[in-house]
Design a protein around this ligand. Structure first.
Ligand code: SF4
Ligand code: SF4
Length: 746
């Protein structure tokens, strides 16, 4: 004996079930058109897999599931697809929706079915998929895809399977008829579902005690099995899923949860039969038992109707008297809804077509103001506060509606049934639920749009930043290139432009004018040294002139050099504050003194100067040779010249006679030099090559002796010029040997 628990609220409206149970299950002819909506279930619509003009067979898939939360649609009879278009749907809104329209050929040619009598040889997951593809959806009225319920999550272990045979709504007897006529199929359906759910501890079929024939039939069919057939007192709405769970188990499904969360799965008995037929016989869902009832009909009964059959065709088959009917209702008087046209088809959830007379089910009286009687709260099986929900629904206060658990309302209509003000409370609740769902959809859309917008803004900002960085890089590179070009032009202009050169020179002069006295004196001293060098060079060239024309040119050069030297000496003399140890000042003094010297003194001074310069030049040459400088040759030439000049001066000194000197102007150094040069040039012109070589050998020997002497002195002093002097001495020795060789061969 199954323990039964009570539920809160509930009502006992007139049952009106016997009218349709007097006649056996009936069948009707196929209509001219079968209209099959793509969305006969909760979830995503199915997707057509046929086209207009296709010929289809009974049971053929014409639309496949549009997702996991969806169900397939099958041709409910063979024929030809004549349209895929919007047709009026069996829905409270009365809206049209996409449907596949088939013109039956009357042959009712089935597809080849794939029965599976030994389903336990297959994995539950394969069987669930078979149920899904057979298009099975909850046939109690909700239309929930059955395969979803039969595949609970891993964290939802199922301990109880309940088959719902309550059918508490007045007038409806489709499940009663099924349980009476096909109890074995119901029991087999329960066994199949238990297998698919992992054999839960308890399998119970719940039936109100107003269906004793059904209870008896099922108990007979379940004889010897652990399946419980639980009859319990009739009270509306005991057939609500959560209410039935409480009645049969004493457990309550928390708000916002589903039965699987507490280990329970509830399936309608008609759904269980459909699943069993799909698995064992391979039959897709193409028909259902529908109660056709009401005083506006000549025949009231349950009838097996092919899905897609227009309601008008069903009514016509039962002697519908339109003038007598107050309205046509799909479903029962409590939870059903009136339809505007008989063109809407019978679908998977159509458990009743009610065509009541005016007397039988009169139109509700006009609603009155709520008198706060509280009767609605007492009737509510979900322990809600219908009066508050009503007010909040009217105020469209969605937050309050959700806070008062509007979504726990099963729209049973018990509150409206008892309301003395005849307020259509359920209409308000349905509208409010629709508004909240739409608001949630709109919010999700807005959130997605906002996210997309924010992402787009971020992407644009990132792209702009990247562009800006590239622009900055290009500008920087362009500026660098421009500066480089300007620098090149500036350098080129300075080098080639005489004006720029003059400007640079003027700037240099200006800078020079701004030099300190010491700097100016140093500069003058350099100029003095240069002037002396030029004069000496000019004098040397004059001395080597071999023709009168050359001598004349050299004399002019000597004169110019003397003038320049005098000018520099004058400037140096006028320079301010020359330090006493200033070498420039000393040079000036030496130059002044030289001007007052006698020719012999001048000659000695020249020899001293030449010796000093030669020594320095040789040191530089030695250094350059050590460093393997590119100036070695030039320095060597300078050294040779100085050495030659020194030799000449020494020779002149040696041959100097007071008479000769006295015959010359005592203060005309240039004239004396000219005279000496003339004499030397004449002597050299008269010399043979052998004599010249001999003279060179003699000169080189003198120089070599001196070089070796200097080397010895440097080595004794530890001078840093030792190496350079040794190199120079070696070179002199080599040169002497070469000259001697040439002399010998001459
Ligand atoms: S039953 Fe009707 S009148 Fe009474 S409180 Fe509820 S809504 Fe108001
Ligand atoms: S329709 Fe909703 S509020 Fe009214 S009695 Fe039923 S469950 Fe309660």
């Amino acid at each position: 004996m199954t323990q039964i628990w009570n539920i809160p609220g509930g009502i006992h409206p007139p049952e009106n079930k016997q009218q349709s149970l007097r006649a056996p299950l009936g069948h009707i002819d196929l209509p001219a058109e079968l209209v099959l909506p793509l969305n006969q279930h909760l979830g995503a619509p199915a997707e057509p897999v046929v086209a207009v003009g296709d010929n289809v067979k009974t049971g053929q898939v014409i639309a496949q599931p549009g997702g996991q939360f969806s169900a397939a649609v099958h041709a409910s009879s063979s024929g030809r697809v004549i349209a895929i278009e919007d047709r009026p749907l069996p829905h409270p809104s009365g809206f049209a929706g996409p449907c596949i329209v088939i013109a039956p050929d009357g042959l009712d040619t089935w597809i080849n079915l794939e029965p599976c009598p030994d389903y336990r040889a297959q994995e539950p997951v394969e069987l669930v998929q078979k149920i899904r593809l057979a298009g099975i959806a909850g046939m109690g009225g909700a239309g929930f895809p059955t395969a979803i319920k039969l595949a609970p999550k891993a964290n939802q272990p199922i301990d109880t399977l309940i088959l719902n045979g309550t059918e508490c709504e007045p007038y409806i007897t489709a499940d009663d008829r099924l349980m009476r006529d096909r109890p074995e199929q119901v029991i087999e359906g329960a066994r199949l579902m238990a297998y698919l759910l992992g054999e839960p501890d308890r399998v119970v079929i719940g039936i109100e005690d107003n269906k004793p024939e059904a209870i008896a039939a099922l108990r007979a069919a379940a004889e010897g099995s652990p399946i419980e057939i639980a009859g319990f007192p009739t009270k509306y709405p005991s057939g609500g899923e959560k209410q039935l769970i409480t009645i049969l188990t004493g457990r309550e499904v928390p708000a916002g949860k589903i039965p699987a969360d507490i280990g329970i799965v509830v399936q309608n008995v008609g759904t269980a039969v459909a699943a069993w037929r799909a698995v064992v016989r391979g039959e897709p869902l193409i028909s259902r038992i529908t109660t056709v009832v009401g005083e506006a009909l000549d025949v009231q009964r349950n009838v097996e109707v092919r899905l897609g059959t227009p309601v008008a065709h069903v009514l016509a088959a039962h002697g519908f008297q339109a003038a007598k009917a107050s309205r046509i209702v799909l479903g029962g008087p409590m939870m059903g809804y009136a339809i505007e046209t008989g063109d809407v088809p019978v679908v998977k959830t159509t458990n009743c077509i009610l065509a009541p007379s005016q007397q039988e089910l009169p139109a509700p009286p006009p609603a009155q103001a709520c008198i706060r009687c509280g009767m609605c709260s007492e009737a509510c099986p979900a322990s809600l506060l219908p009066q508050q929900l009503y007010w909040y629904a009217r105020a469209q206060d969605h937050e309050k509606l959700e806070a008062y658990n509007l979504f726990d309302c099963i729209e049973c209509g018990a509150c409206a049934y008892v309301c003395p003000s005849s307020i259509p409370l359920v209409h308000y609740y349905r509208a409010a639920k629709g508004d909240i769902r739409q608001a949630q959809v709109d919010k999700e859309k807005a959130d997605r749009s906002r996210e997309r917008f924010a992402f787009r803004q971020e992407r644009i900002a990132r792209q702009e930043a990247e562009k800006e960085a590239k622009r900055a890089e290009r500008a920087k590179a362009a500026a660098a290139a421009k500066a480089k070009m300007a620098e090149k032009k500036s350098n080129a202009g300075t080098a080639s432009d005489p004006v720029a050169t003059a400007i640079a020179k003027a700037k240099a002069q200006q800078a020079s004018a701004q030099q300190s006295p010491v700097e100016q004196r140093a500069k003058l001293e350099r100029q003095l040294s240069a002037a002396q060098g030029r004069l000496a060079l000019a004098q040397e060239k004059l001395s080597q002139a071999e023709t009168e024309e050359q001598a004349e040119k050299c004399r002019a050069a000597v004169k110019t050099a003397e003038i320049k030297l005098t000018d520099v000496q004058q400037k140096l003399a006028n320079a301010k504050d020359a330090p006493k140890d200033d070498p420039v000042a000393a040079a000036i003094e030496r130059a002044k003194a030289k001007l007052t010297m006698s020719p012999l003194e001048k000659l000695n001074a020249t020899i001293a100067t030449l010796s000093e310069r030669l020594q320095k030049a040789e040191a530089k040459l030695a250094q350059a040779q050590t460093e393997q400088s590119a100036h070695v040759e030039a320095l060597q030439l300078g050294v040779d010249k100085l050495r030659a000049k020194l030799n000449e001066a020494q020779e002149e000194l040696a041959s100097h006679s007071p008479t000769t000197a006295d015959e010359r102007a005592p203060d005309d150094a240039a004239s004396a030099a000219i005279e000496r040069a003339k004499a030397k040039a004449a002597a050299r012109a008269a010399m043979s090559d052998t004599d010249k070589l001999r003279e060179q050998v003699s000169s080189l020997e003198v120089r070599l002796d001196k070089a070796r002497q200097k080397l010895a002195d440097a080595e004794a002093e530890g001078s840093p010029h030792v190496d350079a002097l040794r190199t120079a001495a070696d070179k002199l020795a080599n040169k002497l040997a070469d000259t001697q060789s040439r002399l010998e061969n001459a």
